[in-house]
Design a protein around this ligand. Sequence first.
Ligand SMILES: [Zn+2]
Length: 422
Amino acid sequence: MGIQPHNGSPRLIQRAYKFRCYPTPAQQRALACHFGAARWVWNFGLNARSKAWRRRTESRSGVDISRLLTTLKRTHRHAWLKATPATVLTQALRDQDRAFSNFFAGRARYPRFKKRGHAQAIRFQLDQRQVHRAYRPGYLTLPGLGEIKLRWSRTPGGIPKMVTLRRSATGKYFVTFMCEEVAPGVGPAAYAAVGIDLGLRDLVVTSRGDRALAPRHYRDDLRRLKRQQRALARKRKGSARWQRQRRRVALTHERIANRRTHTLHQITRRLIDDNQVIGVEDLNVRGMLSNHHLALSIADAAWTELRRQLTYKAAWGGREVVVIDRWAPTSKTCSGCGHRMTAMPLSMRHWSCPACGATHDRDVNAAINIQRLATGGRPECQARGGRTIPCGDAAPAVLAPAACEARINPAPDAAERTAVTG
Ligand SMILES: [Zn+2]
């Protein structure tokens, strides 16, 4: 692990865009059919593959299923599939191919059947000869749907090959796609490294003592969500009242997620702009979640999103994200002298070190230790071009790098593929 020199050549990245779109009632009806057809094809393909595997240990590819589908479409019973653009059905099978290869590589669970009523999505391959006609101010043209009204909240830097259209659980429609473009430029960092501690009260605390509080409206949202979920549990499942209540719950979830994403974009932008190396804990809250603790599960989603944003923005800007092993004793080690406390209850926000007498803010102390682990214990870091830039504090390194398994995040291309902005 080291600080990579910044090379001057422009970095090409895959940037994701997301726009809200407003299909007409007729387009919504057509979309409902397309969603249904894509789901049917997915389930049909999954069934055929699972059977072939169970009975004859044969593996079937998306191409086999696609051929089967072509014959099916000719039959009277399945002629309805012809109403959906072929590209939508082909893409559903391609997605399934990917789901299977992820499963065989041990990266994912066995693909599951898709149910009605969940968030739905279909993908379109755009005809590159006609794609120049796809964009028009306020509209996007898609196969089998025509011009869909769209709010272009920003201008994409390229032309997409593939477009995904999604209907959220709250009934809103979104268009997402990727464009290859030049990475947005980031200037040289003011600091070589920063460590960040993640918490419930303060979302982020840095080794320099900066804090990003959980948003003020968050508590109100959380209280509303709890009330709405209780109300949902009282209603008869599947009834009209239950459906209505379920939509309310989904809307609150959506608002929490939107506000969270907005706040996190600001936090991660600052962290990336200011620092060359960002050390972050590898938190796995799922293990400690007891019977769906709501506040913790929402915070967990925020931390996951923070890591995701940091990773792709770091890849774009030539910065480095170092993930610290979650068993590293970052909270109970004194960042001044290295003395390790035996116990450190969560309620203890401030403490004094019995060995050196230093007083610590619990979170800032942990963040300083995380920063040290991220830079391998180097008190100051050589920045690009041999220039020495401050790490944020001058105290000697006390945690041996061997005490943790710091590792660099996944390859930039993997990070970029999941990046979403817009
Ligand atoms: Zn101490």
